[in-house]
Design a binder for this molecule. Structure first.
Ligand code: CO
Length: 139
């Protein structure tokens, strides 16, 4: 396993519109993507670009969104996960599993259109960790 760049920090929010206003008007973000639905993952997503990484705003989509429980515990929203790039998603998955860490599901296409998987926060020092295949042509 080769640890790549920090691709994004995932931030759960009850309202992407309110969070966009915060990042734009308070934090001075100038590159904010259009929000889009990711029905397969049960979330609406919006990327805010910073000079060296992105913030991934995630809002629940549908009744059984996987981030509903998080927002019940954190009604104002909060930092939800961090995402690192790796050169090979399958090598990375096998690496974590070999070490006995809990990989949550099979690699699937994430918000960047590249394969991703999550590693259980209890096996990652309390941090829900997303592992993403480095996007083609990136960087
Ligand atoms: Co993410």
């Amino acid at each position: 396993m080769i640890l790549g760049r920090l691709n994004h920090v995932g931030v759960a929010t009850p309202s992407i519109a309110d969070s966009i206003a915060l990042y734009r008007d308070v934090m001075g973000a100038t590159a904010i993507g259009a929000p889009f639905d990711l029905p397969a993952q049960g979330v609406k997503v919006c990327f805010v670009d910073t000079p060296n990484t992105q913030i991934e705003l995630i809002e629940p989509l549908g009744a059984d969104s996987p981030i509903r429980a998080f927002l019940e515990k954190n009604p104002a929203g909060g930092q939800h996960h961090v995402c690192y790039e790796v050169p090979d998603i399958h090598v990375a998955k096998a690496w974590f599993e070999e070490k006995g860490l809990r990989v949550l599901g099979e690699p699937r296409i994430g918000a960047h259109g590249t394969p991703i998987f999550f590693v259980h926060p209890r096996d990652m020092g309390g941090v829900l960790t997303e592992i993403m295949a480095t996007p083609k042509g990136a960087h």
